[in-house]
Design a protein around this ligand. Structure first.
Ligand SMILES: Cc1ncc(C[n+]2csc(CCOP(=O)(O)OP(=O)(O)O)c2C)c(N)n1
Length: 592
């Protein structure tokens, strides 16, 4: 028996490895990213970053149809992108076990919403498992592959940030090298034409009924009796850990691990055995609604918040009398530190210039590091909705402006990874509709915000294999944008970016700006910049604070003038281009 310290994400990867998974695909997104990064360490599994979550799930679905055990992982909003194949793969079922991991983000640590993806299990009619710790992540993933094949359904592993990122000891096992099943052409099962889909739906309902019987009796759903039966807590996932920490053995628990289909018999047995039911769950009243539908009264969302995360201290404050609540939080809180673009970030240049033109333009942003350019002092963007909306939203906004007689030019911005994820389709529409927009692709040669994952624009893939690098300029031209409407430039070249933006404002119709400069945190880039620093001459500084407007974390106003923190400065020199008084210079002796 070997115990290993694993995060929940690493434990899912280990569980998939042990279950004999052969194919894995994902699109990065916190808190799910580390699952595929960990899977890439097992050469037995063909792991890759897909260009988006729909593609990832379709790759895994194809592998399952081909008889191989397969996994697709994504963050919660990624499941929206993958929802189309998800709901139909539920009808096709699983020949090779098919596991879909959704990592939800209660509290929006790094997401644009707090959606509770347990609803997807209901909507798509899927088996759903909710692990509470790393051991369960490993064990449940192994079980998910087996149950997926046994009940002919994709299995949804629903995790949340604290389960994904907390580390715990997990007992690891050997790999069960399940060979792929022989491929069988079976159009009635694998082609969801209406006539076949109607028949498959009947099967899906049968599988769900059989799964509910299983859920009522499986070890993943268990009653843990406490000191007495006055209070019965119904809970799942991380909420179980918080409840245990808050109440220990003073209450009884119904700990649910297989949460779709819900074990209604088991819930009823538990509910009848206790005097009062507390439902402790993050997010929506998923368990609570089911309990009420069974005719039991309970305490849930009238006390437990729908928004944000739970913790043991919060649960004690909610459920225990004040004299039993001991202080739980530290009295000293760290000062708030809102996220900002890194020192030397190439996106800073174009965002700064767009911000300076904010009266003449509106700019639709997207999801990536550049989203940080919405906030002061940059204020270079007006909107952020979802991946891809930077381009398609710009088309709609420009049409609204036209209808309103508003002459402002609309810009749309996104990064290279987002362009491959869901920007190319928006661009196709912009070309087709002859939209009056300027669309900007901020190519920093990597998927930066989630921690530098490969994408179709990189020369290697997740497993370090050589890959075909797609050239964004060629893609843009291939989608029908004439060469004279495209400007390629360095985003920190202030005069050129200013000229390109001002030209786009004056030009009617579609124009494209592609900015090219690699993320400053890429190891080789960082190394090449070693020793490159800028400094302020206090005598020459006129205290105009223009350099502070670029929002660089290395620049601060101290001792009556601007200062550059040498330990943070990356020597990008954008502040030098902004200072009208030439008070900023390169530190002599630094690398050129
Ligand atoms: C549908 C969806 N999938 C994944 C994410 C997570 N995510 C946020 S930003 C980002 C990367 C964006 O990369 P890129 O467009 O290249 O911009 P960069 O961060 O490199 O500037 C990802 C994957 C998300 N928010 N939504």
């Amino acid at each position: 028996m070997k115990k290993t310290l694993l995060s929940g994400d690493e434990a899912v990867a280990r569980g998939a490895y042990e279950a004999g998974c052969l194919v894995a695909a994902a699109y990065p997104g916190t808190p799910s990213t580390e699952i595929l990064e960990a899977m890439a360490q097992y050469p037995e599994i063909n792991s890759r970053w897909a260009s988006n979550e729909k593609v990832a799930l379709e790759i895994a679905g194809g592998a399952s149809i081909g008889g191989a055990r397969a996994l697709a992982a994504m963050k919660h909003v990624g499941l929206n992108v993958a929802a189309d194949p998800l709901l139909t793969l539920a009808y096709i079922g699983a020949y090779g076990g098919l596991v879909v991991v959704s990592a939800d983000d209660p509290g929006c640590h790094s997401s644009q919403n707090e959606q509770d993806n347990r609803h997807y299990a209901v909507l798509a009619k899927l088996l759903m498992l909710e692990p509470s710790d790393s051991q369960e992540c490993l064990d449940f993933t192994r079980a998910a592959f087996e149950l997926s094949e046994r009940f002919d359904t994709p299995a949804l592993m629903r995790m949340t940030t604290r389960v994904c990122h907390s580390k715990g000891l997990a007992v690891t096992g050997e790999r069960n090298a399940v060979p792929p099943k022989p491929y069988v052409r079976n159009v009635k099962k694998n082609s969801m034409l209406p006539a076949f889909a109607r028949l498959r739906h009947v099967e899906v309902e049968k599988h769900m009924a059989a799964l509910e019987d299983f859920a009522n009796n499986c070890a993943m759903n268990r009653i843990e009796w406490g000191a007495d039966k006055k209070i019965g807590v119904v809970t799942s996932g991380i909420s179980y850990m918080h409840a245990r920490e808050a109440f220990g053995d003073t209450v009884s628990y119904l700990k649910l691990g297989l949460t779709h289909p819900l074990p209604r018999k088991l819930i009823s047995t538990f509910a009848r055995s206790v005097d009062k039911i507390w439902v402790i769950e993050e997010g929506d009243p998923y368990l609570e609604d089911a309990i009420r539908a069974l005719g039991f009264d309970c305490l849930g969302k009238e006390l437990v918040p729908i928004q944000g995360e739970l913790d043991a201290g919060l649960l004690r404050r909610i459920f225990l009398p004040p004299d039993q609540v001991r202080p739980y939080l530290s009295q000293i809180m760290p000062p708030p530190r809102p996220p900002v673009l890194c020192a030397g970030c190439p996106h800073r240049g174009i965002l700064h210039i767009l911000g300076q033109h904010k009266k003449d333009i509106a700019a639709c942003g997207d999801i990536g590091c550049y989203t940080l350019g919405i906030q002061p002092p940059l204020e270079g963007l007006d909107t952020a909705v979802c991946m891809g909306a930077g381009f398609s939203g710009a088309i709609g906004l420009s049409q609204a402006f036209k209808a309103a007689g508003d002459s402002r030019k609309v810009f749309g911005l996104m990064g290279d990874s987002t362009f491959f994820h869901s920007g190319m389709t928006g661009l196709a529409d912009a070309v087709h509709a002859q939209a009056n927009v300027c669309l900007c692709i901020l190519d920093n040669s990597i998927t930066a915000m989630t921690g530098h994952q490969e994408n179709p624009g990189t020369e290697t893939d997740l497993m370090g294999r050589p890959a075909v690098r797609l050239d964004i300029l060629s893609v843009v031209k291939g989608l029908g944008v004439p060469e004279d409407s495209i400007t390629v430039l360095d985003p920190l070249d202030r005069p050129k970016v200013t000229e390109a933006v001002e030209k786009a404002i004056k030009t009617e119709g579609l124009s494209i700006i592609i900015t090219r400069r690699p993320c400053v945190l890429i190891k080789e880039v960082r190394k090449s910049l070693e020793g490159r620093k800028c400094q302020v001459d206090p005598e020459a500084c006129k205290k105009c604070k223009m350099c502070l407007k670029v929002g660089c974390p290395a620049i601060a106003f101290k001792d009556g003038h601007s200062n550059i923190d040498q330990s943070a400065c990356m020597g990008c020199e954008y502040c030098m281009a902004v200072c009208k008084f030439h008070a900023i210079s390169r530190v002599e002796g630094g690398a050129k």
